[in-house]
Ligand binder design. Structure first.
Ligand code: FES
Length: 248
């Protein structure tokens, strides 16, 4: 199998951006015939990084180079990717793994990226959006949603991979249509929720249940049990008992 360039983008929910990502993969593959090229999404949409790595490992691809399309790349981002990959390795167990590398060149020193920005600039629409008369819709429906799933994006949680956790929550929420089905759920990012040593932390309301040390598989369980059936997942939760707690 050819080595794989895995383009990691932020979000693509609708068909059109997914087509654009596929088009980009095809173009990169044409220019780099020794590689296969595919993509994964870090925040919203599918495939997630974990799902794509599973697919590539099942196909016994020997090498994967992850190229982030998220600019500028926060300094902690390669660390998040590493942690996510290692959580995936632990969950996958004793199976085949490709060699995985991360490409993160300093963007200010990358001539080809400047070339790309130049090409995009010359491809800008001719029309002046100031002259467009667009009707901005007024009013909104207040959704009937019982559950709120908060993903902590404070410093400790960020370092522990909260961004990838949030991406997984949003992708699964969309895939399972959790906004409107069942009791209804919304999700959002928050600042520090308090119990930083349990990072990454999420909290589910209206119960206010704190879940700590969560990974993508834990989120699947929380969505299935707590959101889906109204049954909090005790093995992942930490009660507010007035005592210092560490990760289980
Ligand atoms: S940073 Fe997440 S609980 Fe403090």
């Amino acid at each position: 199998m050819k080595p794989v360039i895995l383009l990691l983008a932020k979000a693509a929910m609708a068909a059109k951006p997914r087509e654009e990502m596929q088009g980009l993969c095809d173009t990169v593959a044409k220019r780099n015939p020794d590689y296969a090229v595919t993509y994964a999404l870090q925040e919203l949409g599918t495939p997630s990084l974990r799902a794509k790595l599973t697919e590539l490992a099942d196909d016994r691809v020997e090498e994967v180079i992850i190229v982030s399309l998220i600019f500028p790349m926060e300094p902690a981002f390669p660390g998040w990717i590493r942690k996510s990959v290692h959580r995936w390795i632990e969950q996958r167990g004793d199976a085949f793994f490709p060699r995985i590398r991360i490409a993160h060149p300093p963007i200010g020193e990358t001539d080809r990226l400047s070339d790309m920005i130049e090409a995009l600039t010359f491809a800008a629409d001719e029309s002046d959006i100031v002259q467009e008369r667009i009707k901005v819709p007024k009013g909104t429906v207040v959704p009937d949603q019982k559950y709120r799933l908060l993903v902590c994006m404070g410093g400790a949680c960020n370092d522990a991979g909260a961004s990838l956790i949030y991406g997984h929550v949003r992708s699964e929420q969309d895939r399972l249509k959790l906004r409107d089905s069942g009791a209804g759920m919304m999700s959002c990012k928050t600042n520090c929720l308090g119990p930083c040593s349990l990072a990454p932390v999420v909290q589910v309301w209206p119960e206010g249940t704190i879940y700590g040390g969560v990974d993508e598989a834990d989120i699947d369980l929380i969505l299935e049990s707590h959101i889906g059936k109204g049954e909090p997942v005790d093995i992942l939760s930490y009660p507010s008992n007035g005592k210092k707690q560490t990760l289980k």
